[in-house]
Design a protein around this ligand. Sequence first.
Ligand SMILES: *Cc1c(COP(=O)(O)O)cnc(C)c1O
Length: 424
Amino acid sequence: MIKHLPIASHIFEQIAEEFGTPFHLYDEAGIRDNARRLHKAFSWAPHFKEFFAVKALPNPYIMQILAEEGCGADCSSLAELCIAEAAGLSGADICLTSNDTPAEEFIKALSLGAIINLDDISHIEFLEKEAELPEMISFRYNPGPMRKGGNEFIGVPEQAKYGMTGAQLLEAIAICRDKGVKRFGIHTMVVSNELNGAYYAETAEMMFKLAVRIKKIMGISVEIINLGGGIGIPYLPEEAPVDLDMLGAQIRLLYERILVPSGLGGVLLAMENGRLMTGPFGYLAARALHYKDTYKNYIGLDACMADLMRPAIYGAYHHISVCGKEDQPCDMIYDITGSLCENNDKFAIDRALPQIEIGDLLVFHDTGAHGHAMGFNYNGKLRSQELLLGADGKVSRIRRAETLNDYFATVDYPALRKIILAGI
Ligand SMILES: *Cc1c(COP(=O)(O)O)cnc(C)c1O
């Protein structure tokens, strides 16, 4: 199967000409269409909400687009709460799903009226001491060894640091109820980048049964069932996307079979996908800077791991298009590298590509989630700009590239300041 660029390569060339390289480009129309597809697939549910996992693409311009499409924000840090707030979200449109949570995150979330997903039973006391218990609390469930599945990114549930056991969750609800908490939600996140919709439906079944159990044992009807994020996207050309309509239909059957007969049909069905919402609609474009021929053929780019870490950390595959060479045979084998003094700073290893010339524009597919966001500044390398291809076809810069001034901003050393002020 061939993976095409949905945006013509001459458009990428024009953008590169105007804005310079490297850049991440996000496709507004693609993000909006996809959000609508997800909402349509769950339009049968009386109450459905996708809380976009802000960490996947923490930029308020993107959050605003998703908010306009009816999404809330799933935050796990202070910065992400600020992005959600800036995009105009508040109250039950924000949830805080954090772990090892510092007090200021709880305090900020409470001030926004956000839904708090407590990661652990011990956080009840912490929250009460540092702030206060809100009227509504949600709890993160870790099913442990009773659940098959889970995958390498999250790990088998009993090895994962997240969430509480079933017994703890029931106890946590009882404790909070006795302390005056009135409304409850349950949450879990057990898969990551999962392309098999059946695993996701299994998660729904597990959570629906947990909600029924809570009602039977404690007489409490939870108001939110959050299935977490983790729906995968097809990074590899031979992979297919999750059929959202089918997933919606599978979850509907479970909802009607398990929840409705127990009087839990009014629940808010929530998800907090990141990757699914923006991953396929982002691209990293960079130019070929060097070619070397040693024991292997290398193409060095003007981007590095600071711009996209997934290949280096996870060995993740990101498809590459060489602009203008779509129809040429892939008869060269290259390692595509960045400039870090780290041998794993490679975007691709032994990749079959058309012959690449210095100055060619390479576009990495599916970088819209956990792409720019993960970047770091090792070696003093600076993260790229982020651009938005608007639904009207206009391109705008939604984050400028970092400068050395940014990098040195935290070091107060006059001689260094002088060098920067002099223009390096
Ligand atoms: C990372 C994360 C998500 C989003 O994961 P995706 O794989 O991007 O969908 C959602 N919820 C929590 C709690 C997370 O940590």
